[in-house]
Write a protein that binds this ligand. Structure first.
Ligand code: PEP
Ligand code: MN
Length: 365
């Protein structure tokens, strides 16, 4: 199924397309003040605000609820910006649509739950409204794709995915590390799907919004969703990651928008470099296959001499040696460690196979 390009449902003649507004609608004054300031920034086309807030613990601010919807109507009337709110159940959908909200968004905590997604999708059946789907909290691409498919099956076609980073147990400098390979794979699996980036929830911190936005632009994201508040430190939710509308305007000025295609000369040099990469990849594949052949021979040899497969001391030494050599050659240690781990796992698997060949069809008879 085709996805209409995002500019067909969010008119925008200037890159990047920006959706901005507070994490949460708090008061009518805060909402109006933010929206008026944002409406003066040419890239900002949509005003966002959380009305119903999914909070990890009860007892924290859970949103102003439906009272905020009439403030959103006022934003639309007085600024001309389109409006969007997060919906998590059919009741939210009904109220949002009754108040003329232009675009709905589904949050990361809802996308993880196929029951909720199914219920939401069914409540949208026959409704002609665009929907933005955030990635699920956990790094599971199938859940993200599944949520989009459920909407498509219920007749929603104007869809955008919003990349907001993924939960990771280990602490990193990001609140939700971006794991860029996942949105890139999503684009490969669903060509034409508009993809926006939410650097606020990825970074969790003001200082990371610019670098994450820049990376998103360099990876050809269609737009950005950025949390904006007139007095970020006093925000009732996500205070550390919000910026003022003025800071947003500055940030947008500092973004470098690179061309997606270049001059003929540029294309020619790029083609040569691509060719070089192709040859290196083919060589890597050939060497990997050769390495696995040697692993197979080793498995046979160990089998013949009744020796176990996993030689822990050898693996430790090999690992340390390759990491040392790799880091001397300028390779990232974490990258090389994962690669070695993968190669080792595959070698073990091949040796296991040699030692325990599956029963042949002859034996089965
Ligand atoms: C939000 O946008 O304020 C929000 C709750 O986002 P997410 O669902 O990505 O956590
Ligand atoms: Mn938020």
């Amino acid at each position: 199924m085709e996805f209409p390009p995002i500019h067909t449902w969010i008119p925008c003649d200037k890159r990047p397309l920006v959706i901005a507004g507070p994490c949460s609608a708090e008061t009518e004054t805060q909402v109006m003040q933010t929206a008026l300031a944002l409406s003066r920034i040419p890239c900002v086309k949509v005003f966002r605000a959380g009305i119903w807030k999914p909070r990890t613990r009860p007892g924290t601010f859970e949103g102003v609820g439906s009272a905020g919807l009439s403030w959103m109507m006022r934003v639309k009337r007085e600024t001309g910006l389109l409006t969007t709110v997060e919906v998590a159940n059919p009741g939210h959908v009904e109220q949002a649509l009754a108040h003329g909200i232009d675009i709905l968004w589904i949050g990361a905590r809802t996308v993880v739950n196929p029951f909720s997604m199914q219920e939401l999708a069914e409540s949208l059946s026959g409704v002609d409204v665009p929907v933005m789907v955030k990635n699920p909290v956990n790094p599971d691409l199938s859940l993200w794709i599944g949520a989009i498919e459920r909407l498509q099956k219920n007749g929603i076609h104007r869809i955008a995915a919003v990349h907001r980073g993924f939960y990771q147990f280990e602490k990193t400098s990001f609140r939700n590390p971006p794991q860029w390979e996942i949105p890139i794979e999503l684009k490969r699996r669903m060509p034409g799907l508009p993809l926006l980036c939410d650097p606020s929830h990825i970074g969790g911190n003001r200082s990371l919004i610019l670098p994450v936005s820049q990376q998103a632009m360099d990876l050809e994201a269609d737009g950005l969703m950025i949390e904006t508040h007139p007095d970020p430190d006093k925000a009732w939710s996500d205070a550390a990651q919000q910026i003022t509308p003025e800071q947003l305007a500055d940030l947008l000025k500092n973004l470098v928008l690179r061309e997606t295609t270049g001059s003929r000369e540029f294309e020619k040099s790029l083609e040569e470099l691509r060719h070089e990469i192709d040859l290196i990849d083919y060589e890597m594949i050939r060497l990997l296959a050769k390495r696995m052949e040697v692993a197979k021979d080793m498995g046979r040899y160990k089998y013949a001499h009744n020796i176990t497969i996993l030689q822990l001391q050898r693996w430790k030494e090999l690992f340390a040696d390759r990491i040392k050599k790799g880091s001397k050659a300028g390779l990232d240690t974490r990258f090389l460690a994962s690669l070695l781990q993968l190669v080792h796992e595959q070698s073990i698997q091949i040796q296991t196979h040699v030692m325990n060949p599956p029963a042949s069809s002859e034996d089965e008879k």
